[in-house]
Design a protein around this ligand. Structure first.
Ligand SMILES: [Zn+2]
Length: 238
């Protein structure tokens, strides 16, 4: 391993841990029914929400446990950093991963991928790559990235139109930015990004069923599998 790669991995792991630490309460605020405003108070004691940690009023755990979100954030960022190294593209992939951790836990909690967050992931994922291409003075892999975004979003749009597919428009929009960032890396990454979520979805569904989080007739979230498949595709092909 190159000597300058290790500090990058360590820095990114810390950054990912901070994102994971901020995830539970942010997910708690945003895990609401479609059309409802974000939560601004604790559901148990109606006290104001902290930035992170338990409710200061009643000590209730807010959102997913940080014992899970912190390692997930740190691991995701460290894996991306080890795959890409200190490349100019790195911020784009960390940006998608950062919002992705939050999106995955919100989708698990309430089967939603809120538009503002998918929009944030799109800006954080696409803007740095546009900047890299502009600084290089070439279109670079931009054309392939755009084509991959259309391809992935198109495939998921068709799947979303199948009755009973259990796939929402949030998944379609998210697959666009995932496709864009995978397309930048190459077609093998796009192919993995299309296949891996469906291999991962089975085990994720099994864990949800066994832990009593879902019944046999419950709709299952696809977001976590989409994002985990994206992460693996980036790590394997970057
Ligand atoms: Zn409370």
């Amino acid at each position: 391993m190159l000597p300058h790669v290790r500090p990058t991995i360590a820095t990114c792991a810390v950054l990912g841990a901070v994102v994971g630490w901020l995830t539970p309460v942010t997910a708690y605020r945003l895990s609401v029914e479609y059309g409802s405003p974000p939560r601004s108070t604790c559901g148990d004691c109606a006290g104001p929400l902290p930035i992170a940690g338990r409710c200061p009023g009643c000590r209730a755990v807010l959102g997913p446990t940080a014992w899970l979100t912190v390692p997930v954030g740190a691991l995701a960022f460290a894996l991306i950093a080890s795959a890409l190294g200190p490349a100019p593209e790195l911020p784009a992939y960390l940006g998608v991963a950062g919002v992705g951790v939050l999106l995955a836990f919100i989708d698990l909690a309430c089967l939603r991928l809120p538009d503002p967050l998918v929009g944030a992931a799109t800006i954080l994922g696409v803007a740095p790559l546009l900047l890299v291409a502009a600084l290089d003075g070439t279109a670079g892999p931009l054309g392939r990235a755009a084509l991959a975004a259309l391809l992935m979003a198109g495939i998921y749009l068709v799947l979303a139109l199948v009755p009973g597919a259990g796939l929402g428009l949030g998944d379609v929009k998210l697959s666009g930015v995932l496709g864009f960032t995978l397309g930048w890396l190459g077609w093998p990454a796009v192919l993995l990004g299309l296949v891996l979520p469906h291999l991962l979805n089975g085990p994720i569904a099994l864990v949800l069923l066994l832990s009593g989080r879902a019944g046999r007739r419950t709709d299952l979230p696809l977001g976590p599998a989409l994002l985990a498949g994206w992460l693996l595709a980036v790590v394997v092909t970057a």
